[in-house]
Design a protein around this ligand. Structure first.
Ligand SMILES: [Cu+2]
Length: 239
């Protein structure tokens, strides 16, 4: 009994510690951070053979794009504000949807609110088996591993222990791959085809802004948002 109580006390203390630093969703600020993520080097992809369910998944090889860069612009990076105490509501990040269609995850890079429920959609008449891993440094920890034999939606919580990065795979089709970044606040977005991003509704303040890419790591910049204006940030990756 004593042991159980000690465990509870630690859990409660941890909960308070987490709450103390939690983001408070309220009203949006008037400022924003916008800019571009660029990449110096060659785009990269790998090809994996499509070995089953060919009528739905296609035939030949599936191209997995690892570095999606055109004209030096990097798409598929996540730009986020490292720490914000309060600001705009969570919006779409609170109700993320991951589709499986033609045996592809869509989107292949997504931002979700940390601890949000992920809607996992099977749009295919074949079974998928979503398997998620929390990426903690060089370690990957299974979060959930669930078969989805029928078309339709199911929900699973994104419960992170320590990290912000989730690798998503399908155990039925080893050529299906995607990534999720779990955000501590709603100021996070995936860069578009032209490498651009815009994080709006930001209150005035000094911020650290980071750009993360599954293959290229992370870069950091500092910005100042004042008078509800726009600050700019640029990031350059190279390989
Ligand atoms: Cu699958």
């Amino acid at each position: 009994m004593k042991k159980v109580l000690t465990g509870c006390a630690v859990a409660v203390a941890t909960l308070f510690a987490l709450n103390a630093s939690a983001y408070e969703a309220g009203s949006a600020g008037g400022g924003k951070v916008a800019g571009k993520v660029s990449f110096k080097g060659a785009p990269a992809s790998k090809k994996l053979p499509i070995t089953k369910d060919n009528a739905v998944c296609g035939s030949g090889d599936r191209e997995i794009v690892e570095i999606n860069a055109k004209g030096g612009n990097l798409a598929g990076a996540v730009v986020y504000v490292a720490k914000v105490d309060k600001g705009k509501p969570w919006g779409e990040l609170e109700k993320p949807v991951l589709d499986q269609k033609g045996c592809r995850f869509a989107p292949d890079v997504m931002v979700v609110k940390k601890d949000a429920e992920l809607t996992i959609r099977n749009s295919d008449p074949v079974m998928h088996n979503i398997h998620t891993y929390e990426i903690i440094g060089a370690v990957r920890r299974t979060m959930f591993n669930v078969g989805q034999p029928d078309k339709g939606d199911m929900k699973q919580p994104i419960k992170m222990r320590r990290a912000n990065v989730v690798k998503i795979e399908c155990d039925a089709h080893d050529f299906m791959h995607a990534w999720a970044f779990t955000a501590d606040n709603p100021y996070a977005a995936v860069t578009k085809e032209d490498g651009s991003f815009s994080l709006d509704g930001l209150p005035d303040g000094d911020y650290e802004v980071k750009a993360w890419h599954p293959m290229l790591g992370e870069k950091s910049a500092t910005v100042k948002v004042s008078g509800g204006g726009a600050a700019s940030a640029t990031f350059e990756f190279a390989k």
